[in-house]
Write a protein that binds this ligand. Structure first.
Ligand code: 2HA
Ligand code: ZN
Length: 275
């Protein structure tokens, strides 16, 4: 039996919040993070959880997540402060046996609710768990450069994927399934959650135009690394576009096909169009 804050997953969760803040991706209360806790991890901390909280509606239905436990950031909480006072900023919640309601079992000691994007987080978790139960992390951040690009590039998967792939050789290896793009929508509800989770069937990265990114992954490092890789590539693209409208040379469709062979990844042909 251990305290929540002594558990490895909790330390890694808090560390990731801090790292995201240091990247400049979490102005004010921007962004949110959730982790689907492993059954054995729940058993280790069960003595530190309380089970008398009120059940509250999730606002969507996630039957495949029935009885699961999640660590999530709180609504209105600042990533900058998560390490300073984790019990105020973060909570652990349990999903009921129908996947309709949640209750808080730990944290948010000064009141409050889980992230306003809980429907999107949970619907993404549900999609990913069904595809591959190893997926456990969903991360939303307001990354400056990729947001800026949503004002300039056409809002489609092919353009964003191809442009970002071209900006760093590692990109197609790190995200061979490309990026899903959602046009501007009101955040915080079921509608945007449905649109995002549809794209999570295919991609690990979903971009919300004029807002930010969602990334999905198996663990904290790979999910953070994915966010970082996409944002770094967006930064390079903006630097290139700021210097000149002409690309003297670039990574070509044939180069991508060679890369796919060399690194044994499958790169969908729809991203390798001739420009
Ligand atoms: O404030 O980022 O999308 C948290 C958010 C909402
Ligand atoms: Zn946001």
């Amino acid at each position: 039996m251990m305290d929540v804050l002594d558990a490895e997953f909790a330390l890694r969760f808090l560390h990731m919040c801090r790292n995201g803040h240091l990247m400049g991706w979490h102005e004010r209360n921007g962004g949110n993070l959730s982790y689907r806790i492993k059954a054995e991890e729940v058993e280790e901390i069960r003595g530190d959880l309380s089970f008398d909280g009120e059940w509250k509606p999730i606002g969507t239905s996630v039957p495949a997540l029935a009885n699961e436990f999640f660590m999530v950031t709180g609504s209105g909480k600042y990533f900058a402060n998560v390490l300073l006072n984790p019990k105020d900023s973060v909570c652990i919640l349990e999903i009921d046996d129908q996947g309709e309601n949640y209750r808080i079992c730990w944290g948010l000691v000064n009141g409050g609710r889980p992230t306003s994007e809980l429907p999107t987080h949970l619907m993404n978790h549900e999609v990913k768990k069904k595809l591959d139960p190893k997926y456990r992390v969903i991360y939303h951040a307001h990354c400056t450069n990729i947001i800026a690009l949503t004002y300039v590039l056409p809002l489609n998967d092919e353009t964003f994927t191809r442009e970002l792939w071209e900006m760093a050789t590692e990109c197609p290896i790190v995200f061979p399934d490309g990026i899903g793009v959602v046009g501007w929508m009101v955040p915080g509800g079921r509608e945007i959650a449905v649109e995002t989770s549809k794209r999570m069937l295919v991609h690990d990265i979903v971009l919300w135009a004029h807002h930010g990114l969602f990334c999905a992954g198996e663990d904290f490092d790979s999910t953070f690394g994915l966010m970082h890789t996409v944002e770094k590539s967006a930064e390079i693209l903006i630097k290139v576009m700021s210097m000149t409208p002409i690309r003297r040379q670039t990574i070509t469709p044939e180069n991508f096909r060679d890369l796919a062979k060399g690194f044994k990844v499958e790169l969908p042909e729809k991203y390798l169009f001739e420009k």
